[in-house]
Design a protein around this ligand. Structure first.
Ligand SMILES: Cc1ncc(COP(=O)(O)O)c(C=O)c1O
Length: 441
């Protein structure tokens, strides 16, 4: 592979974009891409072509939704057919019933569901339901987890999400989150308790002490947003036991892991029953759709009007048909695609570890099925947020830039996604590219 990748057209378009589109990108994270936010010509399967004619094997996968790869024929056909019958009605249609029923069949904790458009909205609804159900206000969330960008829950992300400890000392600093952005209401965050994840004793102390005020604990099942860190054995089970005992709703945010880890999400994988789950990303295969699913006792607050859930495009025909087509592919032959996707991801992870060793780069790859986090670090293990924050983020950013020149598209933060269409040839080319990229760092 050559090292002559040029990004002239992307650079020109980015400058043009900045004139009319605030910040030049439609979602703030995308501005971080080096050497320039890429402009795409087309994409198909595991491959993506930019406007300069450069082709990439894509492991960014639209930040996660593209579990079927780009433009999967089943998805294209289904959305095309839906479009011919009208994209949205603001009225009810069979696609909603079929999708909602499907979700209750596939997600172990789902007795009933509500449909939204994005992960952020699904989380907002789950938190609202939890507060209404418990008649309490406070939210416990964890360092390094991400639950969307609403004022209710967004904290400085991904690293320094705590206020510097003041005269009150460390104990207070630990529980006072920093706003994630200018313009965010600090009052909203005053009801958020921010804890380190994977610390069961601190969790127990906090929940017992605050049980009369704490409505909800929200957690990613695996810390995919910061290092792809697995829960310690028994940690999520203890969280489940404590929340049940203390009358606190447990929300598992499966916006990344839902339908990616397996058809029953991470809670199916771990055999855990949270009260509510949020799913998004992979559910629509690249079309905007999300859902809250869980116990009917909580969900029925929507039925009796105690809780409002709104959205002009909720349950639209494009969203439901995309989700149903995606679920059809994922569930065919007993979910066989998960086996092959995990095998490809496993080979890729092994190849990357070998490449690091061969190039004398110290690093870690934390894997959870078809999602993994690669980082350069001197740590022996990255199993909590503190050790994650010791990684050399700059070196990884450089690696991602070099990989681009080798024809591999990565998120600059280290999180990789594999789709059902990535294959062994993609892996072979990617590992060879990684070796060359590291040699040039
Ligand atoms: C765990 C988790 N929850 C919620 C969200 C927010 O989803 P969206 O970007 O669709 O609003 C994300 C997005 O990355 C996520 O990773």
């Amino acid at each position: 592979m050559t090292m002559t990748y040029q990004y002239e057209q992307s650079k020109i378009k980015f400058e043009a974009s900045r004139k009319y589109l605030a910040q030049g990108v439609a979602s703030s994270l995308r501005a971080a891409m080096k050497p320039v936010p890429l402009f795409v010509e087309s994409a198909s399967g595991s491959r993506l072509r930019d406007v300069d004619g450069n082709e990439y094997i894509d492991y960014m996968l639209g930040y996660g939704p593209l579990i079927l790869g780009h433009s999967h024929p089943a998805l294209v056909e289904s959305v095309h057919e839906a479009m011919l019958k009208g994209s949205t009605y603001g009225l009810q249609h069979d696609g909603e019933i079929t999708l909602a029923r499907r979700l209750t069949e596939l997600l172990p904790c789902a007795e009933s569901v509500a449909l939204s458009g994005s992960g952020t909205e699904a989380v907002m609804l789950a938190l609202r339901l939890a507060r209404a159900y418990t008649a309490k206000r406070k939210i416990v969330r964890f360092h390094g987890h991400y639950h969307g960008w609403s004022d209710t829950i967004f904290t400085s992300f991904p690293s320094s999400d705590m206020k510097p400890s003041g005269a009150q000392g460390q104990a207070q600093a630990e529980t006072r989150p920093l706003p994630g952005t200018g313009g965010q209401s600090e009052i909203a965050l005053s009801e958020v308790i921010l804890l380190p994840w994977n610390d069961p004793d601190l969790l127990e102390r906090t929940l017992r002490a605050g049980k009369d005020e704490i409505a909800v604990v929200i957690t990613e099942p695996v810390m995919c947003n910061s290092g792809c860190i697995l829960p310690l054995p028994g940690y999520l089970e203890r969280m489940r036991g404590l929340t049940k005992e203390l009358g606190i709703v447990m929300v598992m945010d499966e916006v990344i892991t839902g339908f990616r880890i397996g058809i029953g999400g991470a809670h199916g994988h771990f055999g855990l029953m949270p009260d509510l789950v949020t799913v998004g990303k992979a559910l629509g295969g690249g079309v905007a759709v999300s859902a809250v699913a869980g116990k009917s006792e909580i969900m029925k607050l929507l039925d009796n009007g105690a809780v409002s859930h709104l959205g002009t495009l909720n349950g639209n025909c494009i969203a439901t048909s995309a989700a149903l087509a995606t679920l059809d592919v994922l569930t065919a032959n007993g979910g066989a695609v998960y086996g092959s996707m995990n095998r490809v991801a496993g080979r890729l992870v092994q190849g990357l570890r070998d490449a690091m060793a061969k190039q004398g780069k110290k690093g870690i790859v934390n894997q959870f099925g078809p999602v993994f986090h690669m980082m350069f670090t001197a740590e022996e293990r990255v199993d909590n947020f503190a050790s994650f924050n010791k990684r050399d983020a700059g070196a990884y950013g450089l690696f991602a830039e070099r990989m681009l020149e080798e024809g591999v598209l990565l998120r600059p933060n280290g999180l990789w996604y594999v789709s059902v269409v990535h294959n062994d040839e993609d892996v072979r080319q990617t590992v060879a590219a990684a070796e060359r990229a590291m040699a040039r760092m």
